[in-house]
Ligand binder design. Structure first.
Ligand code: HEM
Length: 252
């Protein structure tokens, strides 16, 4: 005969009473709880950041085709619009990529703003000796750099994709559009500053992402740092090569 060990005066004394789990409308799902947690937001930032770095690496490598002349560069830009054909129709791949990047960017910025607000709220307004507590240099660089990069992306799309801020823009002639852009000194400055910010952002962001995703270990930390810095320097140098190429007359 089976003995019910849950009953009897002894078990009643020893077994702690657990709260009854009831499904209430206010019960939050695991996804919502993760989204609301700091680690959840940091994870979203890490994953979306890595997606965007992948895009930037491919974008930078594609841009280097400008050194092979207008035919190669414009043909490459046209090919980008038809990736996936005939499985995908027309420019579907491009639009899927745009949707993924837009979602990644919006999530990345939303989490960054929310985490910054939490960080500020958690700080005392003043230290005992009257100074305002400040975030670390790296954190402030990430915040300012991120804001500059966000503004740059809007301007860059209006400039070279939509062509609305570019008086020399010609549809379907990206080589011409890029070369016309970099004839103007202040446009060069905008690009150079933005690309340097991108480099700094990736350098620190890669390390932060590795820590958030838990891949850092004392034995691996140097490798992670070197990988992040190499990626940041390669992406920065590759992007900078284009305005420098136009300014020096190598691309014309
Ligand atoms: C010197 C640096 C850069 C050059 C010469 C450049 C060039 C271009 C060109 C020509 C296009 C339009 C492609 C087309 O419509 O056929 C484009 C699109 C784009 N670029 Fe850049 N780019 C540079 C840096 C950057 C940076 C630093 C970022 C991000 C931080 C970026 C993000 C984008 C995005 C999101 C698009 C839109 C892609 C799409 O149409 O879906 N670019 N870029």
């Amino acid at each position: 005969m089976a003995i019910d060990t849950r009953t009897g005066p002894d078990s009643a004394r020893r077994a702690p009473r657990l709260p009854r789990v009831t499904s209430s409308p206010r019960a939050t799902s695991a996804t919502v709880r993760l989204w609301q947690s700091t680690i959840g937001k940091k994870t979203v930032m890490a994953v979306t950041g890595l997606i965007m770095v992948l895009f930037l690496l491919v974008h930078m490598l594609g841009n280097l085709k400008i050194f092979f002349g207008p035919h190669d560069f414009d043909a490459y830009a046209a090919w980008l619009r038809g990736i996936g054909e005939p499985i995908l129709h027309g420019a579907w791949f491009l639009w899927i990529q745009r949707a993924v990047l837009l979602v990644a960017l919006v999530l990345h910025i939303t989490c960054a703003v929310q985490l910054s607000a939490r960080d500020l709220a958690a700080r005392p307004t003043r230290y005992a000796h009257g100074q305002r507590p400040q975030a670390s240099f790296a954190t402030r660089t990430m915040r300012w750099g991120g804001t500059i990069i966000g503004l740059f992306i809007v301007w860059h799309l209006l400039d070279l994709t939509a062509g609305v801020t570019n008086p020399h823009f010609q549809e379907g002639r990206p080589y011409h559009n890029v070369v016309a852009d970099f004839q103007v000194w202040w446009i060069n400055i905008i690009y150079i500053v933005a690309v340097l910010m991108v480099g700094l952002h990736i350098n620190h962001g890669f390390w932060s992402a590795a820590r958030t995703l838990g891949v850092n270990r004392p034995a691996r930390n140097t490798t992670i740092r070197v990988t992040g810095t190499t990626l940041a320097v390669a992406i920065t140098a590759g992007f900078l090569a284009v305005p420098i190429g136009v300014m020096t007359g190598l691309v014309s």
